[in-house]
Design a protein around this ligand. Structure first.
Ligand code: HEC
Length: 119
């Protein structure tokens, strides 16, 4: 009986671990929260709504999302004309482990709004 319960727990743990390895959302969401990106950005209305990232997957290729996270100064310089009326503090330099950067890039790239052009 006890063994059956242990097996069931192990099984559900494995299924959960496999699911999170495939779906970028839970991992990316957790890092986004842990690293407090929500101080300046929001996703689905959670966080600072002055910097929504809800459709970032439509707007930026993965390379540029990655560059925002790894080298915001370069991106700020490059996009100065786009964000001329910056009210927010500049995006700060993070030093995140590569694995976290990649998880964030996968997660943010998956944030798309499909309603308008139906793709
Ligand atoms: C101190 C405030 C601040 C924090 C914290 C912050 N950012 Fe930013 N981020 C900015 C600003 C300012 C911009 C420039 C675009 C804008 O004005 O919204 C920006 C831009 C971006 C962009 C490009 C947005 C676009 O609309 O093109 C991405 C992607 C991004 N940040 C991701 C992150 C992630 C991921 C984190 C957490 C690891 C984070 N940011 C933390 C302030 C911040």
């Amino acid at each position: 009986m006890v063994r059956a319960v242990v097996c069931a727990c192990l099984l559900s743990f494995c299924v959960a671990a496999m699911a999170s390895a495939q779906d970028p959302k839970p991992r990316g969401e957790k890092i986004f929260a842990d690293r407090k990106c929500g101080r300046c950005h929001s996703i689905a209305g959670n966080g600072n709504v002055d910097g929504p990232l809800d459709d970032i997957g439509n707007r930026l290729p993965a390379d540029e999302i990655r560059e925002w996270i790894t080298d915001p100064k370069a991106m700020i310089a490059r996009t100065a004309s786009l964000f001329r009326k910056r009210r927010k503090p500049d995006m700060e330099q993070y030093t995140l482990p590569k694995e976290e950067v990649e998880a964030l890039v996968r997660y943010l790239s998956s944030l798309k709004k499909n309603s308008r052009n139906g793709d």
